[in-house]
Design a protein around this ligand. Structure first.
Ligand code: PMP
Length: 449
């Protein structure tokens, strides 16, 4: 494994990783020629696989024409085309698109638009944005105030106005049946309770990841939850923001995950799979009524230099064209079902797999010390780090976090690109089983042979 000894880069502390050379489809190679299967699409980003020739061509064509046009000086064709494509894919009424360069920027934009809407519609007392714990909405201070991930936000608490949070619907931890609407109502009604406690006239919005990402590990809401959340927001005149940064762009088998429940938010944010890792790109899509009111009130007081960058938009458009041309939503659904079935099958061999969950190709498994009590593995094992390292040494990349509900727990996202085939699922499984066997031997946790 080619690892540089000295680097001037500093990110989060983590084990040094190999030096990337090139990537094609679902595989990546380091500078020593070692191959890795990208079993997490980076951080659930590279949905259409690496180095798609059609996207590269579209980018080359645009680069030859122009790579930058400041949005207050020029309109650009790629930005216009991508905006109308996104509007066409979005729920009815959400026709106004605002481009940014990533997920945190998209969330910031949504919060600021919501606030300006409240001011423009004579509701100046509304400013609180309710979110959930755990949740992840970004690392800039505004988005972090919504993020329910204490270890990430605590040091910055004095610098921001931490927003109210309700628990995520972790039915699998609470012993509730996720398939009956009563369970969904149980968790959704916590939103109503929070609104009443905070004072409905002070609440601006509720932000939710329709399917949890890094925070809850592919947590799919229980039956009835998303619908009831929509009803509650409407009843109290509170804007509903769907954070589809991880789910948007097809990973769950629909372009937007909200489509699974037939619910429309007032504002939608997306990034990651939207440009599938080809360029930094994100978007906020808002209901016409919201944008019309804000524009009539003097315009949106917000904007980033790189917003609507023509190269980024040309790449984003080409990515969506590939999703459509290759029918990748369908593939995410069918190959996702195969992968989920194979992951669930692992529970027979590994009693320390407590749960397998997810939808489409947004899938996760969670490790526990006891499946009956769902107690996590001892912290000292650092399972979330260790299993990832072992998988690396077997040529498989997966993504992990140690957080769940109010408790700690190790979960692992297995989210290969949407171009993954059924045969490649078997390849993933061979590497994963080898890795889990090694982990079990090391951690001295029993397996069934
Ligand atoms: N929202 C969600 C749901 C995310 O998963 C992420 C990134 N993991 C973000 C927001 C922030 O995106 P970015 O890292 O691009 O700023």
């Amino acid at each position: 494994m080619a690892v540089r000894q000295k680097s001037h880069l500093f990110y989060q502390s983590h084990n040094r990783r190999p030096v990337l050379d090139q990537a094609r489809g679902i595989y990546m190679w380091d500078v020593d020629g070692e191959r890795y299967l990208d079993g997490s699409s980076g951080a659930m980003v590279c949905n259409i696989g690496h180095s798609n020739e059609n996207v590269l061509q579209a980018m080359r064509r645009q680069m030859e024409k122009s790579t930058f046009g400041y949005r207050l000086h020029f309109e650009t064709e790629p930005a216009e085309l991508l905006a109308s494509k996104v509007a066409a894919l979005s729920p009815e009424g959400l026709d106004k698109v605002f481009f940014v360069s990533g997920g945190s920027e998209a969330v910031e934009s949504a919060i600021k638009l919501a606030r300006q809407y409240a001011l423009a519609s004579d509701q100046p007392k509304r400013w609180k944005v309710i979110s959930r714990y755990p949740s992840y909405h970004g690392c800039t201070l505004g988005a972090l105030a919504l993020t329910g991930f204490t270890s990430l936000s605590k040091p910055f608490d004095p610098m921001m106005r931490v927003m109210p949070k309700i628990p995520a619907p972790t039915a699998y931890l609470d012993g509730l049946d996720p398939d009956i609407p009563e369970t969904g109502y149980h968790y959704a009604d916590m939103l109503e309770q929070c609104i009443l406690e905070e004072g409905p006239e002070s609440v601006l919005a509720f932000i939710v990841e329709p399917v949890g990402g890094a925070s809850t590990g592919a947590l799919v809401p229980p039956a009835g939850y998303m619908e009831r959340i929509r009803e509650i927001c409407t009843r109290y005149n509170i804007l509903l923001i769907h954070d589809e940064v991880m789910t948007g762009g097809g990973r769950t088998g629909r372009f937007f995950a909200g489509e699974h429940w037939g619910v429309s938010p007032d504002i939608l944010v997306l990034s990651k799979g939207f440009s599938a890792g080809y360029v930094p790109l994100g978007a906020m899509i808002a209901h016409n009524d919201i944008v019309d009111a804000v524009m009539a009130g003097g315009g949106f007081l917000h904007g980033f230099t790189y917003a609507g960058n023509p190269l980024a938009c040309a790449a984003g458009l080409a990515v969506i064209e590939q999703i459509e041309a290759q029918d990748l939503l369908k593939n995410a659904e069918t190959v996702g079902a195969i992968l989920k079935h194979r992951l669930t099958g692992l529970m027979a061999r590994y009693p320390f797999i407590g749960d397998v969950r997810g939808i489409g190709l947004l899938l996760a498994f969670e490790l526990v010390s006891d499946r009956n009590t769902m107690q996590p593995l001892p912290k000292e094992l650092s399972a979330f780090d260790r299993l990832v390292d072992i998988a690396y040494s077997n040529g498989l990349i997966i993504y992990s976090r140690r957080t769940r509900g109010g408790l700690e727990g190790d979960h692992f996202l297995v989210c290969p690109p949407m171009i993954t085939t059924a045969e490649q699922v078997e390849e993933i499984m061979i590497m994963l089983i080898r890795s889990l066997d090694t982990f079990a031997a090391e951690a001295q946790v029993p397996i069934e042979r």
